[in-house]
Ligand binder design. Structure first.
Ligand code: FEO
Length: 396
C-alpha cells in the first residue's frame, strides 16, 4: 500500500503483511497483520515507530516519496519490540540527523537490540515537544505490553498513537480506517488475550490516565486505524476485557485436573470437599470440559489453585502442560498459593514437574503434594481432603 495522508499532515508509511499466519512465531493470526508507521510532515519531520525488519526497504521507499531522509528530525519509538524497531538501524543509516525519542527503558532496549550507539533522548511522562507546527505529548503507559511503552498524543489533532494497545493482527483490506460493518472483534480479542490480557491491571491504569484526554482518532501500530464508532467500541471492549475479576464473599480455590482413568478425578473431588470443609469455595475444572477462556478466568478469579495430574510416559501429559501454560497468559493475583496431587502407575514424576512449574512463576506450595499409586484408598482421599482444607486455611 502506498503512503496515505490519514489526518492533516499525518501520513501512514507502514507495511502490510496479509499472508502472515503465525505472529512472532507465537500467536495465530487468520487475517495477517500490518506494521503501522506514521510520518508527521511538519517543519521538523517526525516518524512514529518503524516496521518489522523485512519491510525496512518498503518503509524507506515510503518515506523517500514524502521527504528527504536527511530532513527527518525525530523518530519516536513508542515501544522497542522488533516488529516496530527491526528497521530502525537501516533507517538511521539513511537518516543521520534523526534523534530517537522514547522512554528510558526503550533507549536501553533499543541499544541492546541494535548493538550500536545512536542519538537518543529519553522523554518524560507528560513532556511535550513542538515539532514545528504540531505538538506531541508523551504519556508513559508501562506494561502495555512491555515496560518501555508510551503513547504519543497530538493534541491539535486529538489523535493518539497507541502502538500495540488498541491494535489487532488484522491486515486492513484496501481501507486503513476500521470499517464498523466489517467488525474484526474476534481478531482484536485474540490479540488482546495473547499480548495484553496479562497486564489487565496496567490497562485499567492507562484507561484511567487518559480518560479525560479528548481522543478522536487512535492510531495503533497493528491493524485498522480507529475513529468514531469503531474507536468507541474498541475502548468499551478494553474496559470489559480488562475489568478486575469479580470476587465472591468466600475465598475461592480452583481445582484443575486431568484424569485418564478416573483416579485423579476422585482425588480432585476429595480436594474440593476439603476446601469446602474449611469454609472456602471450590471450583472443579476438568480441563477437557472447559474452554481455554474458562480456564484463564478461573486462574484469574481463584485465591489458590490445586493441580491434579497423572504421570504418563514419565511426564505431565501434554494437555496439562498446555493448561498450565495458560498461567503465563493470565492476569494472576500477586499472592499465589497452590497445591499438587495426582495418581500414577509406574514412576510418578508429574507431581514434581508441576511443583517446579508453579514455583517458577511465583506460586508458594505450602503443603506436600499428594501422590497416589493407582487407585486412591480412603486414607489417600483423606490426605486429599487435608490438602484442600490446608490450602483453604492458608488464604487468610
Ligand atoms: Fe507489536 Fe509488542 O510489538
Amino acid at each position: 500500500m502506498k503512503p496515505q495522508e490519514i489526518l492533516p499532515r499525518v501520513w501512514w508509511v507502514g507495511a502490510l503483511h496479509p499472508d502472515m499466519r503465525i505472529f512472532d512465531d507465537l500467536f495465530p493470526t487468520a487475517n495477517g497483520t500490518s506494521y503501522n508507521s506514521y510520518l508527521l510532515k511538519t517543519a521538523q519531520p517526525t516518524l512514529i515507530d518503524t516496521v518489522k525488519g523485512k519491510f525496512g526497504d518498503q518503509l524507506i521507499a515510503n518515506l523517500e516519496s514524502q521527504i528527504k531522509l536527511t530532513e527527518l528530525k525525530y523518530i519516536v519509538a513508542n515501544h522497542a519490540e522488533p516488529d516496530h524497531s527491526g528497521s530502525l538501524g537501516k533507517l538511521l543509516e539513511r537518516a543521520p540527523n534523526a534523534t530517537v525519542l522514547g522512554s528510558k527503558p526503550v533507549g536501553i532496549f533499543l541499544k541492546e537490540l541494535l548493538n550500536r550507539d545512536f542519538p537518543f533522548r529519553a522523554v518524560a511522562d507528560g513532556e511535550t515537544l513542538d515539532i514545528g507546527g504540531m505538538t506531541l505529548a508523551f504519556v508513559v503507559v508501562p506494561f502495555l505490553h512491555w515496560p518501555d511503552t508510551i503513547f504519543t498524543y497530538a493534541p491539535e489533532l486529538k489523535a493518539a498513537f497507541t502502538c500495540d494497545a488498541l491494535g489487532a493482527h488484522y491486515c486492513p483490506k484496501g481501507e486503513l480506517w476500521a470499517d464498523c460493518n466489517q467488525d474484526y472483534r474476534a481478531d482484536q480479542k485474540l490479540y488482546y488475550d495473547c499480548l495484553i490480557r496479562l497486564y489487565n491491571e496496567h490497562v485499567r491504569k492507562a484507561l484511567d490516565k487518559v480518560k479525560d484526554v479528548p481522543i478522536e482518532a487512535a492510531l495503533p501500530s497493528h491493524g485498522p486505524l480507529l475513529r468514531g464508532e469503531c474507536l468507541a467500541r474498541t475502548i468499551a471492549r478494553y474496559q470489559e476485557w480488562s475489568a478486575a475479576p469479580k470476587k465472591g464473599a468466600k475465598k475461592l480455590v480452583g481445582v484443575v485436573y486431568l484424569s485418564s482413568h478416573g483416579n485423579t478425578a476422585r482425588m480432585a473431588e476429595a480436594v474440593a470437599d476439603g476446601v469446602r470443609s474449611a469454609g472456602a469455595e471450590a471450583e472443579l475444572c476438568h480441563w477437557s470440559e472447559k474452554s481455554e477462556e474458562e480456564i484463564v478466568s478461573l486462574y484469574e478469579r481463584a485465591d489458590a489453585l490445586v493441580f491434579g495430574t497423572p504421570t504418563i510416559n514419565r511426564d505431565v501429559p501434554p494437555p496439562m502442560w498446555r493448561t498450565m501454560a495458560l498461567l503465563s497468559a493470565s492476569a494472576l493475583p500477586t499472592k499465589r498459593v497452590a497445591g499438587v496431587f495426582g495418581s500414577f502407575g509406574w514412576s510418578g514424576e508429574a507431581a514434581k514437574l508441576v511443583e517446579s512449574r508453579l514455583a517458577g512463576i511465583g506460586y508458594k506450595l505450602p503443603l506436600e503434594s499428594v501422590r497416589v499409586r493407582f487407585t486412591p484408598t480412603e486414607a489417600d482421599l483423606a490426605k486429599c481432603r487435608e490438602l484442600g482444607a490446608g490450602l483453604a486455611g492458608n488464604l487468610g
